[in-house]
Design a protein around this ligand. Structure first.
Ligand code: SF4
Length: 721
């Protein structure tokens, strides 16, 4: 029996696992007691990884061979890798030569490893000459990226998991940590046991399992977080809770923000958010940490996730919360700081290599000519295009409009996960050539592929990932991939090598990698002198010393646990900037026609579109089927019995689901889990096209800064079926 150390492929906690196998079949998994993210613990999803991996390949619907669809709607036919990659190169070269590089798009995933991401990013920006490379991380973390950059100067979460044990107050906003990041919740419970004085404030419209544990639950009206955070700052100023010495020494821009929050009086904040004035007063006092009476400021740590990020006001929500930390000096010390929780296992790694349409390698900015020149020099190309690429929603809108003609989709399922599914379907139908690189055969997106390329999955590939606390861990292969499946890294690299032979014949290869470590070394060099400098790290060090946090520059013996302890920030003047951003209500307020606020989110035991967790019966024991949750009074008002079917309709379409009563959901609100797709939740677009899943309903409206769509809110109506 062999044992292989690796990392859980589900969420951004990034737990270490030990895979047991006989070298051909995975037979067991347990938590890695030496991994600093989880110290041996695993949640229900992580602890059943071996069962999902060991299920027969037919049950898991693994894609085993390259497949080509001779024409749209026809059954796909098997072909060899050589022929498949030749077809892909012919199609992409043809589109690039006829319509220009911006007529192709690459849509990737926070599930890819850092090395996979690196190759795809270089392929698009360095070889093809387009910035049309974006990922499902846009749906997850781009508001956190923009929030950090607008305030602290770099996309770098300053805190670490150990800070949970040092905090006096935890401020959890827009995160059901108990279900979405269960191992972190165990650490919060440990911290509470060790320090009964630890206080928990939870900001969430629903009374989630996390909110149920709170000392103070702020059940605000959907989308009103910025008003709450501005109101808390107003209250802190009124009470004299701010740290004026810290503001003067380490920040800029406070006066503009002070005048912005003047209008967010207690009464006005309570009116907008629907909260009690007394609760806002308590939250401001606890956050500021000056209520112990000994004159010392107790540390506050904020944890936040999709409730802030998936919003048309996502950047402002993130920045307004970080403003509170800066105003109270609650940053750069044990137990204090803003801490975004990453949804996916490697959204952080993707950001590090610049795998979004507005970013460049090692946290460089596409808009900065000096940064573009640096990356072009590192890659050995003449230049990197300046024109920002299409972000996730924009990329599919451009394909639906006929502007993007070839799409390469890797390790993600946009025909289920993007908002406004009617537009996504039109995009996939209108594109001239769609490549889907996937481990699973029957995803909703696979049905639109002209070419299906079988990819290796968890336990079958090598590389690295970075978790929420900037910690880089190794991912290792325990068994070979089934059938003819190849790793994402080798598929991307071979396609890139074949395409460069056409686009820049006779020139040295941009992709001369013997394996993922070679690409990682190139990425490592690109970080030299940057905020995430890892020039002191090596795969040998990860082997010998275990997972490491960045930065870890040349000469350092270990990574840095916490950032900004010296009060110096990565901005031009070394000071953090208060972001003066306005509160905007949700894109679709409730009205007479659509009187309910729809909230979408994650369940404890399922992951994304369920292509992995959906094969295991025991993971349906928690929640067996998709349903719309409503307050019991709303069920009674609509004359709905438990389990009765109901049409849920937004401006974009309608789905049919059983209704279930839940005291956790406030009046005039509805909650639907995000996981179920076409086999379970049928519906129609507003034009009558057959569609499925909750994203028939959701809105493509996005934050103007981060371009992250408002998946967390849509106005809907409910009608008994
Ligand atoms: Fe995996 Fe996240 Fe669960 Fe850890 S908390 S075992 S990373 S799903």
């Amino acid at each position: 029996m062999a044992e292989t150390r690796s990392t859980c492929p589900y969420c951004g906690v990034g737990c270490g696992v030990i895979i047991e196998s006989d070298g051909t079949q995975i037979s067991g998994v347990r938590g890695d007691p030496l991994h600093p993210a989880n110290f041996g613990r695993l949640c229900s999803k992580g602890s059943t990884l071996h069962l999902t991996a060991a299920a027969p390949v037919t049950l898991r619907q693994r894609l085993l061979h390259p497949l080509r669809r001779p024409e749209r709607g026809a059954a796909p036919q098997r072909l060899g890798w050589n022929e498949a990659l030749s077809e892909a190169v012919d199609a992409f070269e043809g589109v690039i030569r006829r319509h220009g590089p911006d007529a192709v798009g690459f849509y990737l995933s926070g599930q890819l490893l850092t090395e996979d991401y690196y190759v795809f990013n270089k392929l698009a920006k360095g070889l093809v000459g387009t910035n049309n490379v974006d990922t499902n991380s846009r749906l997850c973390m781009s508001s956190a990226v923009a929030g950090y950059k607008a305030t602290l100067g770099a996309d770098a979460p300053p805190a670490c998991y150990e800070d949970l044990a040092h905090a006096r107050t935890l401020f959890i906003a827009g995160s059901n940590t108990a279900w979405a990041h269960p191992i972190l919740m165990r650490r919060i419970e440990d911290a509470k046991r060790a320090n009964p004085a630890l206080r928990l404030i939870v900001v969430d419209p629903r009374r989630t399992e996390t909110a149920a544990l709170a000392d103070l639950h702020l059940a605000l009206q959907p989308g009103t977080d910025v008003a709450l955070f501005h109101g808390l700052l107003h209250q802190m100023l009124w009470e004299g809770f701010t740290d004026n010495a810290y503001i003067a020494a380490h920040t800029s821009g406070f006066e503009a923000l002070r005048s912005r929050v003047r209008e967010f009086t207690l009464r006005e904040t309570a009116r907008i958010t629907g909260l009690r004035e007394a609760d806002i007063v308590t939250a401001a006092k606890w956050f500021a940490g000056l209520d112990s009476g000994d004159g010392r400021r107790a540390p506050t740590l904020s944890l936040y996730c999709q409730g802030l990020n998936q919003s048309r006001n996502g950047t402002a929500k993130n920045a307004a919360l970080i403003n509170l930390h800066l105003a109270c000096g609650q940053i750069g010390q044990p137990g204090a700081g803003p801490f975004s929780l990453t949804g996916q296992p490697n959204a952080m790694g993707g950001r590090e290599v610049g795998g979004l349409s507005n970013l460049l390698s090692a946290h460089r900015d596409l808009a900065n000519p000096a940064h573009r020149a640096e990356v072009a020099r590192l890659w050995g190309v003449d230049d990197v295009p300046a024109q920002p690429g299409r972000t996730a929603v924009e990329m599919f809108e451009a394909a639906a409009d006929g502007e993007i003609k070839a799409l390469w989709i890797a390790c993600t399922n946009p025909a289920q996960s993007l908002p406004d599914q009617a537009t996504v379907r039109r995009a996939l139908q209108r594109a001239e050539f769609v490549v889907v690189q996937e481990a699973f055969r029957d995803t909703a997106t696979a049905a639109f592929a002209d070419l299906l390329l079988p990819a290796a999955s968890w336990g079958e590939k090598e590389g690295t990932v970075t978790n929420s606390e900037r910690r880089i861990s190794r991912v290792r292969a325990a068994v070979p991939a089934p059938g003819e499946a190849r790793t994402d890294f080798s598929i991307a690299t071979e396609f890139a090598q074949r395409l460069e032979a056409r686009l820049r014949p006779g020139k040295p290869s941009l992709f001369p990698y013997a394996g993922p470590e070679a690409a990682w070394l190139e990425h490592r060099e690109s970080t030299r002198g940057r905020d995430l400098d890892i020039t002191g790290l090596s795969w040998a060090m990860l082997e010998g010393q275990g997972p490491q946090q960045w930065p870890l520059p040349e000469g350092a013996t270990e990574g840095r646990q916490r950032l900004y302890e010296d009060g110096v920030f990565p901005t031009a003047d070394g000071k953090a900037k208060f972001a003066d951003l306005a509160y905007e209500p949700v894109a679709e307020p409730r009205d007479g026609r659509f009187p309910f606020s729809l909230n979408t989110g994650r369940l404890r035991d399922q992951w994304h579109g369920m292509s992995r967790t959906g094969v295991l019966g025991r993971l349906f024991g928690h929640v067996p089927e998709a349903a719309v949750e409503l307050h019991p009074q709303e069920m009674a008002r609509l004359k709905l019995a438990e389990g009765e079917l109901v049409h849920v309709t937004s401006r974009r379409g309608s789905i049919v689901l059983p209704a279930v009563a839940s005291e956790a959901v406030p009046l005039t609100q509805a909650f639907i889990p995000m996981h179920w797709g076409s086999e379970f939740v049928s519906g129609r677009s507003s034009r009558g096209e057959p569609l499925a899943g909750v994203n028939v309903l959701t809105s493509p409206t996005f934050c103007p800064i981060s371009k992250q769509p408002e998946l967390k809110h849509a106005a809907v109506k409910l009608l008994k079926a």
